[in-house]
Design a protein around this ligand. Structure first.
Ligand code: PA5
Length: 449
C-alpha cells in the first residue's frame, strides 16, 4: 500500500493527557461499530462507508465513457450544484489543477466552471458572457432535484445552450446526476433523454464525492478517478472497525477533537499551506458543520490559508480568545521545484535563503507557526499527506468522512441529517410567495412590516 496519511497529535499533549485519550477508547470503538453496523441515528445514510471498495469496473467505465464524450464535444463544462452536490468536485479539481493555466495538456480537457451555488445575478450573467463564445456542456447535480439555486442556474443555462446549439445538440451536452426515481430533475432527464447518473439513496450530499456526484466532474476535468477511489479504499481499510485508536487515524482524530471540545475549544481551524487546498477546506467545513452543528452543539469549523492569512487572522489565532484549535494539512512533497536565487546587491537581505527551495521556506513557516500557536494556547493536530495527487486526496476525503461520523456519534447527534437548513428556505419561499406557502407569506409579511 502507498504511504497512508498520518495523524500526529504530539502538539495536543500539553492540553489533553494520554490517559484522557485512552479512556475514550471503548466509546470510540462503540461509535465506530455503530457506523459499520449501521445501527446509529441516520443509519439510512451510511452507504458511503463501503462505497470505495464497492465501486465496480462497470461503474468506472460508465463514468469514464461519459467524461470522454463530454471532453470531445466541449471546451468548457459548467457543473451546477450546491453544498454536497458541488463542493467535493470543486475541492478535488482545484487541488489537482494548474493554478493559472485553465486548459493544460494541449486543451484536451474542458475548463470547469461552477454555477448554482449562489443566487447572484451578476455571477450568472458574467458566466453567460464567458460561455457565449465557447462550446460548452452542463452537468447538473441535485439529489432532491428541487433545490432552488441549481434549479435557477440550470433553467438559465439550459435555455442559453438550447438557443446556441438547438435542443437536440444541447441535449447531447447535458448530464444529469440525481435520484433514481424522485424529483423534478429525474423527470426532466427521463423526458428529455439526457444521459444520467444516480445518487445512491443511502448517501447524503456531503458524503457523496466518491459517487457520480464527484466522480463525473472530476473525470471530465481529466483527473484519475480510479486513483482517487484507490486512495479512499486504502483509508477504508485503515479505519475499519478492527483498528483501535492506536492505528486508526479517523478514530484518533475524532477522539482528540471531542476532548478538545469538552475542554472549551469550540472552534476548529483547518489550516493549509497550499492555495490549491482552499476549496478542500470549504468541503471539510460543510462536512463537519452540517454534520455536527445541531441540538445546540458542535465544533465550529473554520479554515485559513497560510501563510496568506497569517497576515490577517494570524493575530487572532495567536492572542485572541482561547477557544481555538488547529488541524494542519501538511503536504510533504511539492510537485514543482523553484529555488530562491542569489542576488549580488542583496538589498532585500534574502541571500541567506539563496539556493533554498520555496517549499523549504514554506515548511519552516509551517513549523514556526505551529510552535508559536501551541505556545499561544492553540492545540495543533497535524495530518501529513504525501503529496497533492488523486490517491492522497482520496485518502484524505475518506479519513475525514469516517472521522466525522464517529465525531457526530460521540457528540450524541445524528451526523447525517440537516434539519436546520430548511429554516432559510421556508422564509425565502414565504417572501417570494411560492404556491403552498400562503399562510407563511402572511405571517412573515406581518413580521417585517
Ligand atoms: O449535504 C447535503 O445534504 C446538502 O448540502 C445538499 O447536498 C445540498 O443542500 C444540495 O442538495 P441537493 O443535492 O438535493 O440539491
Amino acid at each position: 500500500m502507498k504511504k497512508a496519511l498520518a495523524l500526529n497529535i504530539d502538539h495536543v499533549r500539553s492540553f489533553i493527557s494520554e490517559s484522557q485519550i485512552y479512556k475514550l477508547s471503548s466509546a470510540v470503538k462503540e461509535k465506530l461499530e455503530m457506523v459499520h453496523r449501521k445501527s446509529g441515528p441516520g443509519s439510512d445514510f451510511l452507504g458511503w462507508v463501503d462505497m470505495p471498495s464497492s465501486i465496480s469496473e462497470q461503474d468506472f467505465e460508465k463514468i469514464e465513457q461519459a467524461a470522454t464524450d463530454m471532453q470531445k464535444k466541449t471546451e468548457a463544462v459548467v457543473v451546477i450544484g450546491i453544498g454536497g452536490s458541488y463542493l467535493g468536485a470543486k475541492a478535488v479539481i482545484e487541488a489537482l489543477s494548474h493554478g493559472f493555466i485553465s486548459r493544460p495538456s494541449g486543451g484536451k480537457y474542458p475548463e470547469i466552471y461552477f454555477a448554482g451555488n449562489n443566487i447572484s445575478e451578476d455571477y450568472l450573467s458574467e458566466l453567460v458572457d464567458v460561455l457565449e463564445d465557447k462550446e460548452y456542456g452542463l452537468v447538473v447535480i441535485s439529489k432532491s432535484g428541487t433545490t432552488t439555486e441549481p434549479a435557477i442556474a440550470f433553467r438559465i443555462l439550459k435555455s442559453h445552450l438550447e438557443e446556441k446549439m438547438g435542443k437536440t445538440e444541447a441535449g447531447k451536452r447535458i448530464i444529469v446526476i440525481t435520484d433514481a426515481h424522485k424529483g423534478a430533475l429525474r423527470s426532466l432527464a427521463d423526458r428529455e433523454g439526457y444521459k444520467s447518473f444516480v445518487i445512491p439513496d443511502d448517501v447524503g450530499g456531503r458524503y457523496s464525492v466518491l459517487t457520480p456526484v464527484g466522480l463525473v466532474p472530476i473525470a471530465i476535468a481529466g483527473f484519475n478517478i480510479r486513483a482517487l477511489v484507490e486512495g479512499a479504499r486504502e483509508m477504508e481499510e485503515k479505519t475499519g472497525v478492527e483498528h483501535g485508536l492506536d492505528d486508526n487515524p479517523s478514530a484518533l482524530y475524532a477522539a482528540v477533537r471531542y476532548l478538545l471540545y469538552q475542554s472549551g475549544k469550540k472552534v476548529e481551524i483547518l489550516v493549509n499551506y497550499h492555495p490549491k487546498l482552499h476549496f478542500f477546506a470549504e468541503w471539510w467545513k460543510q462536512l463537519f458543520g452540517e454534520s455536527e452543528g445541531k441540538d445546540g452543539k458542535g465544533i465550529f469549523p473554520a479554515a485559513v490559508d497560510f501563510t496568506t492569512d497569517l497576515h490577517s487572522m494570524g493575530q487572532y489565532i495567536q492572542q485572541g480568545e482561547r477557544i481555538l484549535f488547529e488541524t494542519v494539512i501538511s503536504v510533504e512533497h511539492s510537485e514543482r521545484t523553484l529555488k530562491i536565487p542569489e542576488d549580488p546587491a542583496n538589498l532585500d537581505t534574502l541571500n541567506y535563503l539563496a539556493g533554498k527551495r520555496i517549499d523549504e521556506v514554506n515548511k519552516m513557516a509551517e513549523l514556526g507557526t505551529l510552535l508559536a500557536h501551541v505556545d499561544g494556547g492553540v492545540p495543533n493536530l497535524k495530518i501529513a499527506l504525501e503529496r497533492l495527487d488523486e490517491r492522497c486526496l482520496g485518502q484524505l476525503i475518506y479519513f475525514f468522512e469516517k472521522a466525522c461520523a464517529v465525531s457526530g456519534y460521540l457528540l450524541g447527534i445524528n451526523p447525517f441529517d440537516q434539519p436546520g437548513v430548511e429554516a432559510y428556505k421556508h422564509n425565502m419561499f414565504a417572501l417570494l410567495g411560492k404556491p403552498g406557502f400562503e399562510k407563511a407569506t402572511r405571517e412573515i409579511r406581518k413580521k417585517i412590516l
